[in-house]
Design a protein around this ligand. Structure first.
Ligand code: HAM
Length: 441
């Protein structure tokens, strides 16, 4: 019986791994450049961690199982509950702000489709213990720094930005009951996927008659920031005014970080996860029709919901699948070869033991080194070196036994020279750098 990989899961052949690692290096590099530290958590958690914390969307998508002790577990569908659990456990000792990132592998039992699989990696960047929207602006600046680094511009992608607090003030100011706000957000989050009729039907069923579906859609279509802020701030309570002031401060901070040109105010962005409390955002492609590349926002109550002390948070998650799909469609994926620093070639099969000895010495210095397993002619060995994208060939021939010398050939330029084996092996990196045949690390 031929067994294939399960639906929505991927095999990573070496060429796929090169791309994954390229992406991970950028994720790590950008996170570190903003002063974030890396963390990890377990691949599965108690199911209870996700129940009612993330909202119905995610809970219905978890792969769950029971162990022999009949305890219920779920493979992590997202990282935020784990992060909140970890931070809550050490809330008193962690120094603030907590700026952490992670590149977890996770699973969701959703229907595989373009940009969405059942297993994926998700870059998570979060700041906890910092109430100021400066933190919200900084995580958005991290996202934009990455987008720029991989060659994307405001013509390619947009950060759609809003605030649940702002949308709440506008909706309740128009008559929606407080307890209808969360069901309204769940529905608004799915609005793009629904026909107007289906939206209207579900709105009346789930969110009551206080305001009509048409009014909601009209309210949320507003993209005039000033008009929306004044509408939110004009209500009777302080909450709307506070939300409007907070959003204005966030918008101004985005300008200070130099990323406002990537951002657009859009009240329809509310996010489907129930724990968001303030500003929320998604990165979308302008033309490709892909689902969101990034999703995030502020979650100020999650550690408390999990039974810990209150530690406010803000952050985002970004999947590898939609990101690579986007770069592929735009023709921006890099061409990555499997590169070697050195390929060692013997000009005489008798000298093969020397090849092994030299390979061992070079590998100890951290160089990437290989050679042919088969004893064969020079031509075939050079062919193999070039197929492996080696930058340099070190040729072991009679000059080694006669004069103690090695021939070093730069495979990019074709330049060739002989060096004393002793000098070369004393500092191979230096010798190769002089000849510019080693990648700078
Ligand atoms: P999310 O919107 O569920 O948020 O996911 C965030 C991102 O993860 C999506 O925009 C997408 O890039 C990627 N993603 C989600 N599902 C899949 C899938 N099935 N296949 C591939 N990629 C996927 C969260 O997960 C929040 N916990 C993010 C967050 C972190 N909020 C605050 N901090």
């Amino acid at each position: 019986m031929k067994i294939q990989s399960p639906p929505g899961m991927r095999d990573f052949y070496p060429e796929d791994m090169r791309l994954q690692n390229w992406l991970f290096e950028h994720w790590r590099g950008v996170s570190r450049s903003f002063g974030f530290s890396e963390y990890e958590g377990p691949i599965f958690e108690f199911l209870a961690l996700y129940e009612a914390k993330s909202g119905p969307g995610i809970v219905s998508e978890v792969f769950n199982f029971q162990d022999r002790g009949e305890r219920h577990f779920a493979i992590r569908p997202e990282m935020t509950p784990t992060l909140a659990r970890m931070v809550a456990a050490r809330a008193n000792t962690l120094s603030r702000p907590i700026k952490w990132f992670s590149l977890p592998r996770m699973c969701r039992a959703e229907r595989p489709q373009r940009g969405r699989l059942r297993e994926f990696f998700q870059w998570n960047v979060d700041i906890l213990g910092m109430d100021d929207v400066l933190a919200d602006a900084e995580v958005i600046a991290v996202a934009v720094a990455f987008l720029k680094r991989v060659g994307l511009t405001p013509e390619d992608v947009v950060v759609k930005l809003s605030s649940r607090a702002l949308a709440t003030a506008i909706l309740t100011g128009t008559g929606l009951a407080e307890d209808q706000v969360e069901p309204a957000f769940q529905l608004i989050d799915r609005a793009e996927k629904l026909s107007p009729d289906a939206f209207e039907e579900q709105w009346s069923a789930q969110c009551g008659q206080a305001i009509s579906a048409a009014t909601v859609l009209e309210l949320l279509a507003g993209t005039d920031l000033d008009a929306c802020l004044s509408m939110a701030g004009s209500g009777s309570g302080d909450t709307g005014r506070g939300a409007a002031e907070e959003f204005r401060a966030l918008w101004d901070n985005l300008a200070l970080f130099g990323v406002q040109d990537f951002c657009e105010f859009d009240l329809r962005t509310v996010r489907g996860l129930a724990y968001y409390t303030g500003p929320v955002f998604e990165v979308k492609t302008r033309k490709l029709g892909l689902r969101a590349l990034f999703g995030g926002g502020r979650y100020d109550n999650l550690t408390q919901v999990l039974g810990g002390p209150r530690v406010t948070g803000v952050g985002f998650g970004a999947g590898d699948v939609p990101m690579l799909e986007c770069l592929k469609d735009l023709g921006r994926l890099p061409t990555l070869g499997d590169e070697l620093d050195v390929f060692i070639i013997d000009a005489d099969a008798e000298l093969f033991p020397k090849v092994l000895e030299i390979a061992g010495k070079l590998r100890q210095t951290g160089l990437t080194v290989d050679f042919s397993y088969k004893r064969q002619g020079l031509g075939k060995q050079f062919k193999q070196a070039s197929a492996r994208n080696a930058r340099t060939a070190v040729i072991v021939g009679s000059e080694l036994t006669e004069r103690g010398e090695l021939t070093i050939k730069n495979l990019t330029t074709g330049d060739q020279r002989t060096v004393a084996a002793e000098t070369f092996l004393a500092d191979p990196r230096g010798e190769l750098t002089n000849q510019k045949t080693v990648a700078s690390r």
